[in-house]
Design a protein around this ligand. Structure first.
Ligand code: GLU
Length: 464
């Protein structure tokens, strides 16, 4: 057997891809990518009634947005039903499973009897002689050990011991011949060569049951790493109120994927005190040993700060892609070609001072808008008669300026001085004229991005 690491993300397409699922995918991706391994994607669509194509599409889209590429094709669990049934029958032949003919009514009657409270249904067919089998529908149940314990050696949780009397004879194959998730997940992980199963710790008890299938088939058990759930900022289980919404909504809110990847990696995993890191660093550093045992808490302030740091170091072309994705996700109008090239010129001066994409776009507003500039009320206050007169002088002075920062600073400085005003006083009407806003990037930065012709036209529009 090769010792290549193989991980997988195995979501059930029954709802949106939430932040916990995204983090599970990320951990598996980082672990494989940092070790020259493979990261596989399997859609666990065995539950035909609850699985929807929309949920599958949301998963694929979410992974694409987060930049988590997978190797090979997407595997559909449902497509492997024949193989799953084959394994169930092999377990039957080996005596690790049995046909159970108990009807739904018999099981329900057992459960309803108060005397059986808390007990698992003991199938009378477990040790029945096949010669006595009726010609009736049956399920295939795993013959779970009745005594002793099953120990899971978990890379995060340590040794977890489950009493075997807690493990029922789980159904592997339903009476209609379809496999259950519990069987399918093991067969698929084995057949796909998965070496490390990193998933939410809500699957820990399942792992004990799944171990029994590995044992029955004589297969190698993968390394299990069950990661604690994500909690809300108040330490309570994550709910919609906390932001347990679909990943696509994070994109629509304007979090950049680069920052999201960094933050999610830090959510429940640490590498010393490092909060901010690149993808390459994360791949190099990520290890299961750094996963915390305690649930992680979602902290939106931290998320925003990390996002801001990533915006500052992301190159313009990548930022433009992020922005276009955000606008589409937020159902906002797309950028035209002229706006895209204006943004490419503007991003270098604004990307260091925004945390999220909407804020970045707000700072770049001056270059995306067109004459006649719409002026916000707050900005309009700076346009009194005196200020309009100053804009007029400025227009005149700037006509002769070389369009260099030094020249612009000198020209504006001279006009300010002539009126005995500080630079800030002159800058306010300029902001209003150039951007229509009271808060903008520096007037010199704006003038340099806009160029001489456009700057003069905007100043002149508001000049007395
Ligand atoms: N399909 C399962 C889920 O979405 C995950 C199974 C696994 O990772 O083993 O919860």
């Amino acid at each position: 057997m090769s010792d290549q690491i193989v991980t997988r993300f195995a979501p059930s397409p029954t709802g949106y891809l939430h932040i916990g699922g995204a983090r599970t995918a990320l951990f598996n991706w980082l672990y494989a990518r940092g070790r020259g391994g493979k990261f596989l994607l399997r859609i666990e669509d065995t539950d035909r009634e609850r699985s929807t194509p929309e949920a599958t599409a949301a998963i694929l889209q979410g992974l694409e947005w987060l930049g988590l590429d997978y190797d090979g094709d997407v595997v559909s669990q449902a497509a492997g039903a024949a193989r799953h049934a084959e394994v169930a029958h092999q377990m039957l032949e080996k005596g690790h499973a049995y046909k159970c003919f108990s009807t739904q009514e018999e099981i329900a009657a057992f459960r309803e009897d108060p005397a059986n409270k808390g007990q698992m249904f003991p199938s009378p067919w477990r040790d029945a002689d096949p010669a006595t089998h009726p010609d009736a529908p049956y399920v295939i149940r795993l013959k779970a050990p009745r005594e002793g314990t099953t120990v899971i050696t978990d890379a995060v949780q340590g040794e977890v011991t489950i009493r075997n009397d807690q493990l029922d004879d789980m159904i592997c194959l339903r009476s209609d011949g379809t496999p259950t998730y519990m069987l399918a997940v093991v067969v698929d992980d084995h057949d796909m060569g998965v070496t490390h199963v990193i998933r939410g710790d809500d699957h820990l008890v399942n792992a004990a049951r799944q171990m029994l299938v590995y044992r029955a088939m004589g297969w190698d058990v993968p390394t299990f790493a069950h990661i604690p759930l994500i909690h809300g900022p108040d330490g309570k289980k994550l709910s919609k109120r906390h932001g347990a919404v679909g990943l696509e909504q994070y994109q629509a809110m304007g979090y950049p994927a680069t920052g999201m990847r960094n933050y999610l990696a830090r959510l429940g995993w640490s590498h010393g005190d490092d909060e901010f890191f690149t993808d390459d660093q994360a791949k190099e550093w990520f290890d299961i040993t750094g996963i915390n045992k305690a649930p992680a808490r979602l902290d939106f302030k931290k998320l925003e700060n990390i996002c801001g740091q990533h915006l500052a170091i992301t190159d313009e072309a990548e930022l433009l892609r992020e922005i276009e994705g955000y606008l589409a996700a937020a159902e906002k109008p797309p950028l035209g070609d002229a706006q895209k090239s204006a943004l490419m010129r503007t991003l270098p001066i604004v990307k260091g001072s925004a945390k999220m994409l909407p804020q970045l776009l707000e700072k770049a507003h001056f270059s995306l808008t067109q004459r006649p500039i719409e002026i916000e009320e707050k900005a309009a206050k700076a346009l009194d008669d005196v200020s309009r007169g100053i804009l007029s002088e400025l227009t005149f002075a700037l006509q002769r300026a070389n369009w260099s920062r030094e020249d612009l600073e000198a020209a504006v400085g001279q006009v300010a001085e002539a009126h005995g005003l500080g630079l800030g006083k002159v800058a306010a009407p300029m902001r209003a004229a150039l951007a229509g806003r009271a808060a903008t990037p520096s007037v010199f930065d704006m003038m340099l991005v806009l160029g001489q012709e456009e700057t003069l036209a905007r100043l002149d529009d508001q000049a007395a």
